[in-house]
Design a protein around this ligand. Structure first.
Ligand SMILES: Cc1cc2nc3c(=O)[nH]c(=O)nc-3n(C[C@H](O)[C@H](O)[C@H](O)COP(=O)(O)O)c2cc1C
Length: 383
């Protein structure tokens, strides 16, 4: 059998959290739920043991008690915090709106499916519990979507897992994993969510080693080798941005970068350029580069190209992502496409090209880690 790849990819990329477009007025036949669960049960399970148990809740009284526990667990916070989240606008506000809608109306879902598994995680690090159930629950969501039904992955209720166990008669020794409201969707067109490019979050062979164009194996530089380093900082993005956008901060931590001066500008903005001074003492090398700011989007992205705006020898990029309690800061470097000293050395010594690249990556990685750790310290100490 040949799969229709376009349809399969559409299913995989558009199975979204559906909340506002759940049709509360149309019943969902049990046969459909059973079929979707049968399909979901094809997911891998530790030691081949059948430990997943699926609860379908349809009784209106039990559904409303379950919905009340969902609200007690956090749903009410979501509803009450809506006004404030609305004012933030954008995707966050839309998500808050959608979460509050579900929290308000959970009992109206024609069916609520609670996915559970026999076992209690003992923190031993041994597999076989969450990793034997989440894949099946997601397959269930995909099977629903393929049939015009929808759901939203929710775990808020877990704060009230004990009360829910009492309500539904779930014995000790069973862990609740996810609660899925199920309904027909209003319309079936859903869009892929904005997500990072795969090349930004895939590390090849070593943690943090990236390739912008994997498959370009005719030349190591054409593959766009790079490094990504990340750190979580307990400070808001606006605060972290102050350090990230200061081109002299890395000189405080790096053993290579010595400092930089703006050219015809007194601060970061798109189109501005700066001259950076570098030194590698062990190689007796001192050099300067001119860099061009290509993105300055406070407090999210600060990026520049080295040597040439359009054909740079290196591309640097900081990204600040808000996470609960602070900021995830990433610093990324892509080497090329035009040749720097490293690229030229690789070309001149093809036998050693891979080792030259590895060594240079290690130098960069070390300095990038020092830089992010330094910024974390400054931001968290309020310096
Ligand atoms: C671990 C986890 C827990 C979640 N818990 C809830 C929840 O309790 N309530 C809720 O409304 N959505 C919950 N969500 C759904 C996310 O908020 C949802 O993924 C988000 O709205 C983005 O939608 P999308 O996945 O379709 O892009 C959860 C998602 C995950 C992965």
């Amino acid at each position: 059998m040949e799969f229709d790849i376009e349809q399969t990819d559409e299913l995989l990329s558009t199975t979204r959290a559906v909340r506002r477009r759940l049709d509360f007025d149309k019943q969902v036949p049990d046969e459909l739920l059973l079929r979707c669960i049968e399909l979901a049960e094809q997911a891998p399970t530790g030691a081949g043991v059948s430990s997943r148990r699926w609860m379908i809740v349809k009784d209106p009284e039990i559904k409303s008690q379950l919905a009340e526990l969902y609200r007690d667990a956090g749903g009410r916070r979501t509803i009450e915090g809506l006004q404030q989240r609305r004012s933030a606008g954008g995707a966050q506000a839309r998500m808050a709106e959608s979460s509050a809608h579900l929290a308000t109306n959970l009992e109206k879902a024609p069916a609520i499916v609670l996915v559970t598994i026999w076992g209690v995680h003992d923190g031993s690090g041994r597999p076989g519990l969450f990793d034997s159930v989440i894949q099946a629950a997601w397959s269930f969501c995909l099977a629903l979507r393929a049939r015009g039904l929808g759901s939203a992955w929710t775990t808020m209720h877990l704060e009230k897992a004990k009360e829910i166990a009492d309500l539904l008669g779930i014995p000790d020794g069973v862990t609740q994993i996810v609660l899925l409201p199920v309904a027909w969707t209003i319309g079936t067109d859903f869009k892929p969510a904005p997500r990072r490019k795969a090349s930004e979050i895939i590390w090849f062979d070593q943690w943090g080693d990236t390739q912008e164009n994997p498959g370009q194996s005719n030349s190591l530089i054409a593959a766009g080798p790079g490094i990504s380093v990340e750190i979580d900082i307990a400070a808001p993005p606006e605060q972290v941005w102050e350090f990230v956008s200061d081109i002299n901060i890395p000189a405080r931590f790096s053993d290579e970068f010595q400092g930089a001066e703006w050219v015809d500008a007194d601060g970061p903005h798109e189109g501005a350029s700066f001259i950076g001074r570098n030194e590698r003492k062990e190689a007796g090398r001192v050099w300067q580069t001119t860099s061009y700011v290509v993105v300055c989007d406070p407090p999210r992205i600060f990026a520049w190209h080295v040597n040439d705006r359009d054909q740079p020898s290196a591309r640097w990029r900081f990204e600040l992502e808000p996470i609960p309690g602070g900021t995830r800061l990433s610093q990324r470097l892509v080497i090329g496409p035009s040749l720097s000293a490293t690229g030229r050395a690789m070309e001149a010594n093809p036998e050693q090209a891979r080792q030259i690249l590895t060594n240079r990556r290690e130098q960069h990685r070390g300095n990038m880690i020092l830089n992010l750790e330094g910024i974390k310290h400054l931001a968290e100490s309020g310096a």
